[in-house]
Design a protein around this ligand. Structure first.
Ligand code: GTP
Ligand code: MG
Length: 167
């Protein structure tokens, strides 16, 4: 089975870094903004079934700036990346989920809280975020703490993503 996974979120939140860590276990402190979209593929196995995951790493856009329909259309899994070291995280989730669901109404949504290595009192902030996210309209299947820099939470996040569509 082949499916499309899209990463979306504001500029510079760490979408490309998540993909790079997941696909080739590397990280760079240098920031090179994605222009348009970068598509990668990964074959995965889940419960002895093989899947072709096509990852769309979409350029960061905030503030309801339009994103071409073909970037987000046909998405089975949407990972909304939120920089957890910055403010305004809940609004970001709402904004990007609305944008995704407009083009892919059946997409499952996950939230990746990125750059958690920079966050003090991470656990209490996480609890707080989880209680707030339950109050928003769209259904979020999973929210994970991640750091591409220190390499935590990423494998788990993609595992949860796959579980969200195959059970
Ligand atoms: N400390 C820390 N920095 C990170 C982490 N992930 C990414 N960064 C840094 O954040 C900057 C932006 O990372 P990118 O992965 O390029 O962000 P992006 O969301 O793909 O950006 P656009 O393509 O412009 O939308 C880079 O300088 C990264 O090194 C992280 O987990 N921790
Ligand atoms: Mg990028």
């Amino acid at each position: 089975m082949k499916f499309k996974l899209s990463l979306l979120g504001d500029q510079g939140v760490g979408k490309t870094s998540l993909v790079r860590r997941y696909l080739d276990d590397s990280f760079s402190d240098k920031y090179k903004s994605t222009i348009g979209v970068k598509i990668s593929k990964k074959q995965i196995k889940h419960l002895s079934q093989a899947y072709d995951m096509v990852i769309w790493d979409v350029e960061g856009k905030g503030g309801y700036t339009p994103i071409p329909k073909q970037y987000l259309g046909g998405t089975k899994l949407g990972i909304i990346v939120v920089d957890f070291s910055q403010q305004g995280q809940l609004d970001t989730v709402i904004e990007h989920s609305e944008r995704l669901l407009e083009f892919s109404p059946d997409a499952e949504i996950l939230v990746a809280l990125s750059k958690c290595d920079l966050v003090e009192n991470l656990d209490s902030k996480f609890e707080n975020f989880i209680s707030k996210i339950k109050t928003i309209d769209c259904e979020v299947k999973h929210t994970g703490k991640t750091s591409s820099k220190l390499n935590f939470g990423i494998e788990e996040l993609f595992d949860e993503a796959i579980k969200a569509i195959v059970g």
